[in-house]
Design a protein around this ligand. Structure first.
Ligand SMILES: Cc1ncc(COP(=O)(O)O)c(C=O)c1O
Length: 306
């Protein structure tokens, strides 16, 4: 099907375009379904004048799990992509916070009936400032859209196709006047946000859904759980959460590479605590802030120097 002779013209972005000119940049041409990726942040430390990629190895380990589940083949090892990420971030001489986006995609000749085989790889980088010190929490709703499930479109794979499910929920939420959505899974339990995991504080305990609840197995989630256990000495529990438990949580926040630690002020118009950023959330934010930039020297293995 894909290797049949091509027509002379193709319609592209509203124009009848000669086939040969209907090209797209590598970062856009394949995003219809098959690409997998990682969104990784690198943080600039102005005092040391150094750029640190945060949790690069953990992200690439997840990328290689996605590669396996997707039956992709790549000639590059994880260490090759570590070196390449450092190289491309360095080549662009950034002196600010950035994103690093490694992406793999099947050649366009790979058809649905046998989506197996070699994948192309690119690593894109672009500036993106941290929002960690935003002064207020966000207004969230429980989405009427259900999160995809593991035997449907595995959320465990960081695949662009999954983000249709995210976009439909998040767009509905913002059009209804909320900032964020929280999705439930097919079992009717709290799952995750469209681009972040969900955490709540209840009786002083940090509670979050388990990795078998159709969430992306988030690097930041693991980081926050480790910070809770090892740095802040806060008890941590991974268990199912009911929707109404969120309404009465003492504190709640999203966490993710993009979201960082994003406090939640209200859910379905129920104020979380008094609607202000809670004291435990604030401790997580401060600790996370200092660790990502290397202000706090602990966990050096989390920061890869560019
Ligand atoms: C659906 C979803 N859940 C959770 C996360 C958080 O994952 P991580 O902390 O690895 O960035 C993301 C991040 O992109 C996401 O898209």
């Amino acid at each position: 099907m894909w290797d049949t002779p091509h027509p002379q013209y193709i319609w592209l972005d509203g124009k009848i375009t000669p086939w040969e000119q209907a090209t797209m940049h590598v970062t856009h041409g394949h995003i219809f379904a098959h690409s997998i990726f990682e969104g990784i942040r690198a943080y600039w430390n102005p005092q040391r004048e150094k750029l640190y990629i945060f949790r690069l190895h953990a992200h690439l380990e997840r990328l290689y799990r996605s590669i396996k589940i997707m039956r992709m083949e790549t000639p590059f090892s994880l260490e090759d992509l570590v070196r390449a990420s450092v190289e491309i971030a360095g080549a662009n001489t950034y002196r600010e916070d950035i994103y690093v986006f490694p992406t793999l995609f099947f050649a366009p000749t790979t058809f649905l009936s046998k989506m197996v085989g070699p994948a192309h790889t690119y690593i894109n980088t672009f500036p993106n400032a941290s929002q960690l010190s935003r002064p207020t929490g966000v207004k969230a709703c429980i989405s009427s859209w259900t999160r995809i499930t593991d035997n449907m479109l595995p959320a465990r794979v960081k695949c662009w196709a999954n983000y249709r499910n995210s976009a439909i929920a998040w767009t509905d939420a913002t059009l209804s006047g909320y900032d964020e959505a929280i999705m439930m899974n097919t079992r009717g339990k709290v799952c995750e946000g469209p681009g972040a995991c969900v955490m709540m504080i209840q009786d002083g305990v940090l509670v979050t859904p388990p990795v078998t609840s159709d969430i992306l197995v988030s690097v930041t989630r693991n980081t926050i759980l480790q910070i809770g256990r090892e740095v802040l000495g806060i008890p941590v529990v991974e268990r199912d959460i009911d929707r109404t438990e969120l309404y009465t949580a003492e504190e709640a926040f999203f966490c993710g590479t993009g979201a960082e630690v994003k406090p939640i002020a209200s859910i379905d118009h129920h104020l979380i605590g008094n609607g202000e950023i809670g004291p435990i959330t604030q401790k997580f934010r401060k600790t996370y802030h200092d660790l990502i930039r290397g202000i706090d020297d602990r966990y050096p293995e989390w920061r890869t120097l560019v």
